[in-house]
Design a binder for this molecule. Structure first.
Ligand SMILES: Cc1cc2nc3c(=O)[nH]c(=O)nc-3n(C[C@H](O)[C@H](O)[C@H](O)COP(=O)(O)OP(=O)(O)OC[C@H]3O[C@@H](n4cnc5c(N)ncnc54)[C@H](O)[C@@H]3O)c2cc1C
Length: 310
């Protein structure tokens, strides 16, 4: 396999795949490397109803379409291939990929996104995969006709909970505040759904069960009174953590590990751009990642053109 490209894109979520589509259409040689499957967090979305031009579909379907679009324009895509490190000390930048070796490029786009945030509890680890999940698309089906809990109060939490009612007989949404941060329309949709119940202003105290999860134990923030919610499944939708550990000390980021860019998606290192959820920004959606990926790609094309002129 060729080990030199015009641009290497780290991450095949919507940001990375979009960047790949734009750059390969501009006749640049592009390698996209992803540690998992292409699609990133989109794959976890049971229903995507807010991607313009596409009627309600699954995150998996959009992922596959974006991937085949990128490949059709000539992108090379490596999946199940974690990037271990990057070396930006010379003009030709290097990317070390597990089991594949080191690849080189004149420009790099960082698009490694984020992973679902965990509660950080010991019992959460114990029931992961045997009741606790972070992905409705992946695991919703396991809980057909069962009672489950969903934790969180943002857009994703409510949208995924509505999606989960296609399987579960009852979804109890537990939230730490007495109000939701989600947009009013999705709150209304959830409230209208007869299968959805709400327990507000609660802390998650514990998960219990024998062979698999059986109960989620919560406690009122106001009184401390504990409630045991019978549930064989619990979906945790409480935000994300950026995948930027391997860029620490090389790329400027904020205290939360989110990469700082300007509006052209340029980082502090010339020829290195960042796009999508790993950036410091307010809104994280497929559309915003796609927009970032477009800008990063156009900036990278411009950067390489300027370099070839000088
Ligand atoms: C449950 C859920 C539901 C959602 N629903 C919606 C929705 O309905 N509509 C909407 O617009 N948005 C939704 N979102 C948000 C949306 O999916 C994200 O904002 C978007 O996917 C971010 O795109 P990205 O390309 O920046 O990063 P990601 O999608 O996170 O992709 C990053 C990619 O980088 C890869 N990667 C990470 N580290 C490495 C490494 N070291 N080496 C190589 N590759 C690496 C990952 O495997 C991943 O594939 C949802 C998110 C979740 C979790």
């Amino acid at each position: 396999m060729n080990n030199k490209y015009d641009v290497i894109v780290l991450g095949a979520g919507p940001a990375g795949l979009t960047a790949g589509i734009y750059m390969s259409r501009a006749r640049l040689s592009v390698l996209i490397v992803d540690s998992g499957t292409a699609g990133g967090q989109m794959v976890m979305s049971y229903t995507v109803a807010n991607y313009p031009g596409v009627e309600t579909t699954s995150g998996w379907n959009i992922s596959q379409t974006m991937l085949s679009q990128a490949k059709s324009f000539g992108c090379k895509v490596l999946t199940q291939s974690p990037v271990l490190s990057i070396d930006l000390s010379s003009e030709l930048k290097s990317v070390e990929v597990e089991d594949e070796g080191t690849f080189h490029a004149g420009a790099i786009i960082l698009a490694t996104g984020g992973v679902p945030r965990e509660l950080g509890m010991k019992s959460e680890q114990q029931y992961k995969g045997i009741g606790i999940s972070y992905c409705a698309t992946c695991d919703g089906d396991f809980f057909t006709d069962k009672e489950i809990v969903a934790i969180g109060g943002g857009n994703s939490a409510l949208e995924e909970s509505v999606g989960l009612t296609k399987y579960a007989s009852k979804v109890t949404i537990v939230h730490e505040f007495d109000h939701f941060q989600a947009q009013p329309w999705i709150v209304e949709e959830a409230r209208k759904n007869e299968k959805i119940h709400f327990i507000m202003a609660q802390d998650i105290v514990d998960f219990t069960g024998d062979e698999h999860l059986e109960k989620v134990i919560v406690a009122s923030k106001a009184t401390g009174e504990k409630t045991e919610i019978p549930a064989v499944g619990c979906f945790i939708f409480i935000g994300y953590v950026p995948n930027t550990g391997i860029f620490q000390g090389i790329i400027n980021m904020n205290e939360r590990g989110e990469i700082l860019t300007d509006q052209l998606m340029q980082t502090n290192v010339p020829g290195v751009f960042a796009a999508g959820d790993l950036r410091e920004k307010r809104y994280r959606q497929i559309t915003t990642s796609v927009a970032d990926g477009t800008i990063a790609a156009l900036s990278a094309i411009d950067f390489l053109q300027q370099k070839s002129i000088n």
